[in-house]
Design a protein around this ligand. Structure first.
Ligand code: ZN
Length: 289
């Protein structure tokens, strides 16, 4: 059966930027316009509970982002950054709350989150949007077991840090090695990592992805949460895997076939074809050929 996909979005996330930073507002603006033209349904945000970040981050971390009193070259302390960060968190929570077996959700927001650990601001990430959303809906008892699938080209070291050792959360990541953040070479406890060499193309990637899906089925989750990065694309300026636009449709379709409630959040993806990559993924999730 085909699924419906709803996109969570707020133009608020376009209001901040850092000159020449690859994580630019244009990434999301262009993707929004592309998807809007293709008839996707967008959901507005409700006001957020700013303290939700404390579900997975330390008080010190929360205080640093709120005050803006931190320094990381990749993850700049921009004016009012806290306001933007909490909107991205809220969009992920909304996506997690709204998703069901028949309606999948996608948070089209920035900043991304999967490098933000319990106590670390890094890799363009301040709060871990997806981790907070997973924790939130599990505490609300909407779901009791969640599998996180991280398809961003970088290892989601922050998400692994937050959920490491948790019995009711499985973290599975496919990522390029030899680049930032330098982790994810091995699997341990509930965190299963598929390290990929520079130049890995669609065929080998999908082989590993199928293996990851088998692990997820064995875990038997009630919810699938996807860290959806598109920097695995062959033209991405920051990474060097070789996926095609059409690869994301196959990935989406395979995730759809698990037939569980699913939400996804945008992580990386820095090429000018990001809108097409996202569209391909969402069409796959819907189950279109
Ligand atoms: Zn990335």
């Amino acid at each position: 059966m085909a699924k419906k996909v709803k996109i969570i979005y707020s133009p608020k996330c376009l209001e901040y930027y850092s000159p020449e930073h690859p994580e630019s507002p244009d990434r999301v603006r262009n993707s929004y316009e592309f998807l809007k033209k293709r008839g996707y349904e967008f959901v507005e945000l409700s006001p957020c509970t700013k303290e939700d970040a404390l579900l997975v981050h330390s008080k010190e971390h929360f205080g640093r982002v709120k005050s803006g009193n931190f320094y990381d070259a990749d993850t700049p302390s921009l004016p009012n950054i806290f306001e933007y960060v909490v909107v991205s968190v809220e969009a992920a929570i909304k996506a997690a709350r709204l998703c069901s077996k028949n309606v999948f959700t996608f948070s089209l927001m920035r900043p991304p989150g999967h490098h933000a650990g319990k106590d670390s601001i890094e890799g363009f990430c301040y709060f871990n949007n997806l981790a907070i959303a997973v924790e939130k809906v599990m505490r609300e008892k909407k779901f009791s077991r969640a599998a996180i699938v991280d398809i961003d080209c970088h290892h989601g070291n922050g998400t692994q840090d937050i959920f490491y050792g948790r019995k009711n959360v499985l973290y599975v990541s496919l990522h390029q090695i030899g680049i930032y953040p330098g982790s994810g070479y091995e699997s341990s406890l509930n965190c299963i990592n598929y390290p990929l060499l520079s130049g890995t193309g669609e065929e080998e990637y999908l082989e590993k992805f199928n293996s990851a899906l088998e692990k997820i089925k064995v875990f038997n989750p009630e919810l699938i949460a996807v860290s959806a990065g598109f920097d695995t694309y062959k033209k991405d300026p920051l990474c060097s895997l070789k996926l095609e636009v059409g690869s994301y449709r196959i990935i989406g379709k395979k995730l759809k076939q698990i037939n569980l409630p699913l939400f996804a959040v945008l992580e990386g993806g820095y090429s000018e074809d990001l809108p097409q990559c996202i569209y391909s993924f969402l069409e796959g999730l819907k189950g279109k050929q």
